[in-house]
Design a protein. Structure first.
Length: 215
């Protein structure tokens, strides 16, 4: 099998990112970009992000998860702590997040450290989820092999019966992580591949060093 992709080209012309226009704190720029994309490019699932971890086998692995909250402190998502990504984070908390919003021709890459959020915060989010999603979190031993799809569907049906008329408590193996950034790079596509790249690096005094990078 062979396919030549060398003629796949696109000119990026939808925006610019200039060093003298960016705020001192990258989270302010993240918020601006996020809201701009969410408002003007509705074809994108704005909060979909890729998270890369270093697995127990030594290989990096990317997968898409959903950002559920961001603050000046960091980026929060939820998952099964016993999943492949959860085990990887337990062994090495250094992770990388990335957003690619193709409609806006923008990308953000975030290096940071992941840590579990407080249990009461995970409880609050779990309670806000649809009942089917709550049961799904219990039904799935995430990342573990299963014999077939029917096995999962039957397990969910059994749980629906078991929890009929009852509240569903968050299982202790499921909850949130916050990724606290140490570096954030903003990429804006530009013509002739002379893209704008602005990198923020957290310093020991908790201020951010800002540089423009060559594309």
């Amino acid at each position: 099998m062979e396919k030549d992709l060398s003629n796949y080209r696109k000119s990026y012309e939808k925006g610019e990112l200039l060093l003298n226009d960016v705020p001192e704190n990258p989270m302010e720029l993240f918020q601006k970009w996020f809201y701009d994309v969410d408002k003007h490019f509705t074809e994108d699932e704005t909060n979909a992000m890729t998270i890369a971890t270093i697995g127990l086998d030594g290989f990096p692995k990317n997968r898409v998860v959903l950002l559920k909250k961001f603050t000046f402190e960091g980026f929060i998502f939820y998952t099964n702590y016993n999943s492949e990504k959860g085990k990887a984070i337990a062994a090495n908390a250094n992770v990388c997040l990335s957003f690619f919003w193709h409609g806006a021709e923008r990308q953000i890459i975030i290096k940071g450290k992941a840590e579990k959020i407080a249990p009461n915060l995970s409880d609050g989010y779990f309670e806000s989820r649809p009942r089917g999603s709550q049961l799904g979190a219990i039904a799935s031993n995430q990342s573990e092999p299963v014999p077939n799809r029917v096995y999962l569907e039957n397990k969910l049906k059994d749980l629906e019966t078991d929890y009929s008329g009852k509240e569903i408590d968050r299982p202790n193996y499921w909850g949130g992580y916050i990724v606290k950034p140490v570096e954030i790079e903003f990429w804006q596509g530009r013509p002739n591949r002379l893209h704008d790249r602005i990198r923020y690096q957290l310093q020991e005094d908790y201020n951010w060093l800002i540089n423009r990078l060559s594309p």
